[in-house]
Design a protein around this ligand. Sequence first.
Ligand code: PTJ
Length: 260
Amino acid sequence: MRIPRSHPRYVSLKTRESLVAANREGVVVLEGLIAHGRGEAWDYLLGEETSAPALVAEKAAAAFLLAAKNPVISVNGNVAALATRQVARLAAAIPAKVEVNLFHRTDARVRQITRLLQNAGVKDVLGPRPNARIPGLASQRARTHRAGTYSADVVLVPLEDGDRAEALTKMGKVVISVDLNPLSRTTQAAAVPIVDELTRALTEVERFVRDLKRDRPEAARVRREYDRARNLAAVFGFLRWRLAGLVTTTKKPRPRQTKR
Ligand code: PTJ
């Protein structure tokens, strides 16, 4: 479908079309389209911009990724469809390994997403032939690579499901999530939850990685002072402020009283 550039929701419609196309190609599952709709609803409420609390979490994420011995970025179907370029840039900047991890796992999808990541410039993609399992996880998401997520100390998990975020946390890893839903189990389980849209979040984390690489004392300060609970409270405070603003801007004038 051709979407006119002048359409007020051009970017949103283009993103939706690219996800639909990725679904037809087998990269994104139908459940991924539902997940996107949920994310977009939250993004509406949050104002479709990176909030100040999200920026704080993004800077903390960069600081933790930089200090990691074996950082890994996990990629699923939606992430592959929306952000392979951002994943490639971030992985190169840290540097970090990239691992394909799917909830609706098939070998064909893993191969397809691996190819997309390679085409975007990711050198070493951990895709087919997983050789380890994340303990305590019944789903296909348990299948992993010993050299990747299994032995990682810091894992970036965009658009994750709560079970794996919890299982990775139980393994002692620093889990960094990207999820627009501040109430999701993933957000609740992550050590550094980023409540922001995927492409914006990855771009900001990459920018902070590049900045903090040149300022290691600042990176150490950020890691020391990051306060997860305070940051999530600020996210909810921001949401409350947004909603209060919406109430006043959408208030209609009261209908005039007519004398009978
Ligand atoms: O490709 P697969 O098989 O691994 O499946 C991927 C999906 C996304 C279907 C799977 O991980 C899944 O079911 O995820 P959930 O449990 O629906 O969670 C996805 C979360 O991501 C939801 O809380 C959404 O609000 C959020 N979300 C969706 N799109 C975005 C987003 N957050 C940030 N940016 C987005 N673009």
